[in-house]
Design a protein around this ligand. Structure first.
Ligand code: PHE
Length: 454
């Protein structure tokens, strides 16, 4: 049943774009700036880059290897490649993580819809920085409004997931990704030219190593995993749809580079703008929603129509980038339920949609009425983000590295990385070294360090 129903990506470019579509999303434009702001700027970014290329890139190739080899979604892939072992729990954990992230990620995705609405109705025009802060607070604390957008967003995701892999994901990614990229570059140029932007540039480019705490390192690692969609079998599920001549190393490198560029460019929009209007860089999850409207206002305010149109376009593209990520988050548990329990795709999708709505509602209310429900000092939204991004993703990533480099037959791994001997892949020994030693030990050290055992 499994193989007969599997469809592939129509082109190699489609495969890359779909993986990049999963990776690029709110993680780059929303989460990266606020984590960078929370942890003091440039020095955090350097550690982040280290995490992307030393942990993220090899683990991404490892996930691709697992997915394409097993030709199954992540939950089943480990079972197929290592039958009768406990490795399947790494896959199951990925399914659970994807499901949890989908819940709170959809809340923020819903916010982008509110901002499309606000910009389309002209409400972002003629306001001051303080007005934007008030506007966001009022919105996020309103018990209904964010929930309505949440439902709309989850419904959109549901529809695309049910339509199937090729038709939905591939077609969407091809058009949206390049457009988003161009607009982000444009906005970065505008933000850098705002009065007082220099301070923001300094924040981004001048590392202050005294800001590097164990928290910052854990944050950078979590951000790398979150932003690259690693550690939850998302990319391995996509790789199960790759065909035999998709180049795994090249695809992984492209995704890492595209994702990193968009994150850094987003920093170049947010921080110059934030310093220019006096918003603190450590404002947290609200950071881009209170900063960005200022860019439209200040840079294009003289021509209101232009300000309006550019804001609408940006929020639409951001919503679409979020959508390609929620699709991939949704796909993991849906494919799992479909393949493991034999549910139809549509019924599997309904179960995932209902569950993620419940998590979404709870995390949305956690920013308003339920803000005083706390776990380890965090509201439920932040706690969920902490648990998934900073713990579950890196732990699963570590196991993925160990699985591919120690457990899988190395002949099979080499076959996947070199496309059955048709590619040279001179980096292969380095890849295996990183996966065997550096990556798992590095991730472990970050945890140990955070717990204060060092
Ligand atoms: N990487 C996505 C982003 O940056 C979020 C995501 C995480 C998607 C994990 C899939 C899996 O927005």
């Amino acid at each position: 049943m499994q193989n007969s129903e599997r469809v592939g990506f129509a082109s190699k470019l489609g495969a890359i774009l779909a993986a990049a579509g999963s990776a690029v999303g709110l993680g780059n434009v929303w989460r990266f700036p606020y984590e960078t702001g929370n942890h003091g700027g440039a020095a955090f970014i350097l550690i982040y880059l280290g995490c992307v290329f030393l942990f993220g890139l090899p683990i991404m190739i490892a996930e691709f290897t697992i997915g394409r080899r097993a030709k199954a979604s992540t939950g089943e892939a480990f079972k197929k490649l290592a039958p009768g072992t406990a490795w399947k729990y790494v896959g199951y954990m990925g399914v659970l993580t994807g499901f949890l992230i989908l819940g709170y990620y959809s809340v923020v995705s819903g916010w982008t819809l509110e901002y499309i609405f606000q910009s389309a109705t002209g409400n972002l025009l003629g306001k001051s920085a303080d007005d934007f802060v008030a506007m966001f607070n009022e919105f996020s604390q309103n018990p209904w409004r964010p929930l309505i957008w949440l439902v709309v967003f989850v419904a959109l995701t549901h529809i695309i997931v049910v339509k199937g892999v090729q038709a939905g994901i591939e077609r969407a990614s091809k058009i949206m990704m390049p457009m988003l990229f161009i607009l982000i570059v444009l906005l970065a140029v505008c933000a850098v030219m705002l009065p007082g932007a220099v301070k923001g540039l300094e924040f981004l480019l001048k590392p202050d190593f005294s800001k590097i705490t164990s928290d910052a390192v854990l944050g950078a690692m979590g951000q790398a995993f979150f932003s690259l969609s690693l550690g939850m079998g998302c990319l391995s599920t996509y790789a199960s749809y790759f065909n035999r001549d998709t180049r795994l190393g090249y695809t992984a490198m492209s995704v890492c580079v595209i994702g990193t560029c968009i994150s850094i460019l987003s920093g170049f929009i947010i921080f110059p703008a934030a310093f220019s209007v006096g918003i603190q860089p450590d404002a947290g999850p609200s950071l881009i929603f209170i900063t960005l409207p200022n860019v439209f206002q200040q840079a294009f305010g003289a021509v209101p129509l232009f300000a309006c149109i550019s804001a609408i376009l940006f929020y639409i593209l951001l919503a679409l980038a979020a959508l390609t990520s929620t699709i991939s988050l949704h796909e993991v548990p849906t494919a799992f339920l479909h393949e493991k329990f034999g549910f139809t795709r549509s019924r599997a999708a309904w179960l995932v949609t209902t569950g993620s709505l419940i998590i979404g509602v709870v995390s949305s209310l956690a920013l308003g009425d339920w803000n005083d429900v706390r776990i380890a000092g965090m509201n439920l939204f932040d706690a969920l983000d902490f648990l998934t991004a900073k713990i579950m993703l890196p732990v699963a990533g570590m196991f993925v590295a160990i699985f591919v480099s120690w457990k899988l037959d190395q002949k099979k791994v080499r076959e996947e990385v070199t496309n059955w001997g048709t590619l040279r892949a001179p980096y292969y020994p380095l890849l295996i070294f990183l996966l065997r030693y550096l990556t798992p030990i590095g991730i472990l050290l970050v945890f140990v360090n955070e717990l204060g055992w060092l």
